[in-house]
Write a protein that binds this ligand. Structure first.
Ligand code: SF4
Ligand code: SF4
Length: 330
């Protein structure tokens, strides 16, 4: 199941929707998608990842990513997938980036930590001091399993315990463990701080688990979740909900202002969501730009490619993959 798969594509519905114009600021983060293979296949996955996907970043493209980090002195490498750890070059990429003192984030699904052949993954991540950003949509077992598949909740709890045992989530270790929450259906996420306190209490009391921050994200009306909205006749209502919750102040903090997203083939987008919608970065009048073309290019102040899905980043507290933006707006 790929971009041209059987699901209804929401891009034609999103593109005509007006969104306030925004421009890039200073680039500090490169988000790299290492491929679509994953040990899970979650309902809300915005890349339609799964065990049968074969797309993955090659060794040559990994070298381009490393060259880009070095040349542009990028502060943060945000690694995503699929399950990015399944890419055979994942550890080389992490080691080389850390050797350049780049802060590395791994968007980790937790169950990968106990997948065959990955038994030493958690120790590797700790040794390299990689920040872990992990999805745990709800602290209640039945909700997680409904959204992400049977047994995922138990596997996630075991993964969190394994990370805690290595020192993750404790302030003094510097090993950062952040969790991500997204709602079950077409609704806005609750206030981030309130939910974070609730997660800390319940995961602590029931499982003895600790973590640093909880990010609350709205579901993007794209890919699998977008197709579900269309087939349930809820697409327009959900878009209206996001639009009505739009807060102008969030426009200053959307992640695309300071980030570039690169796909498994090395092509560049304003963010991961634009990557999934196949809306490439606008640069130099070209239809598609490769990361290797941007080692020295001046991209600051360039317009960002916006459409209806961008309201998913600016609704309410805003989400933009980094969690609530305007906490003062609560
Ligand atoms: S674990 Fe993440 S990448 Fe894998 S299917 Fe679920 S949402 Fe997609
Ligand atoms: S989806 Fe969000 S991060 Fe992506 S271009 Fe739109 S506002 Fe920016």
């Amino acid at each position: 199941m790929g971009r041209a798969g059987v699901m209804r594509d929401t891009r034609p519905l999103l593109e005509p929707i007006a969104f306030p114009p925004i421009r890039r600021g200073r680039l500090d983060t490169l988000q790299a998608n290492l491929g679509y293979r994953c040990n899970q296949s979650c309902i809300h996955c915005h890349v339609n990842a799964g065990p049968n996907r074969t797309e993955e970043m090659s060794s040559e493209t990994i070298d381009v990513v490393l060259g880009f980090l070095a040349r542009r002195r990028i502060a943060t490498l945000d690694i995503t997938g699929g399950a990015p750890e399944l890419n055979p070059h994942f550890r080389r990429l992490v080691r080389a980036a850390r050797d350049m003192s780049v802060w590395v984030m791994d968007r980790c699904n937790l169950t990968i930590l106990e997948a065959p052949g990955q038994e030493d993954l958690a120790a590797f991540l700790a040794r390299e001091e990689v920040e872990i950003v992990a999805s745990l949509p709800c602290y209640l077992e039945e909700n997680v399993d409904r959204q992400r598949g049977k047994g995922v909740f138990d596997g996630s709890i075991r993964g969190l315990k394994r990370l805690n045992a290595l020192g993750y989530g404790r302030e003094q270790t510097g090993l950062v463990l952040n969790l991500v929450y997204n709602p079950q259906g077409p609704s806005l996420p609750p206030a981030q701080n309130t939910l974070e306190a609730e997660y800390k209490r319940v995961l602590g009391e029931r499982h003895g688990i600790i973590f640093n921050r909880l990010y609350t994200l709205a579901n993007m009306p794209i890919q699998r979740f977008g197709a579900i909205l269309i087939s349930n006749g809820e697409f327009d209502r959900y878009l209206d909900l996001l639009r009505q919750a739009h807060v102008d102040a969030n426009l200053d903090h959307v992640m695309c202002r300071n980030l570039l997203s690169v796909d498994w083939q090395g092509y560049v987008y304003d963010c991961d969501f634009n990557q999934m919608l196949d809306l490439p970065l606008l640069h130099d009048g070209r239809a598609r730009v490769h990361l290797s073309d941007l080692f020295t290019a001046d991209i600051e102040n360039q317009p960002i490619r916006v459409a209806g899905h961008c309201y998913g980043c600016t609704a309410g507290q805003g989400s933009s993959c980094g969690g609530a933006l305007e906490e003062a707006a609560e």
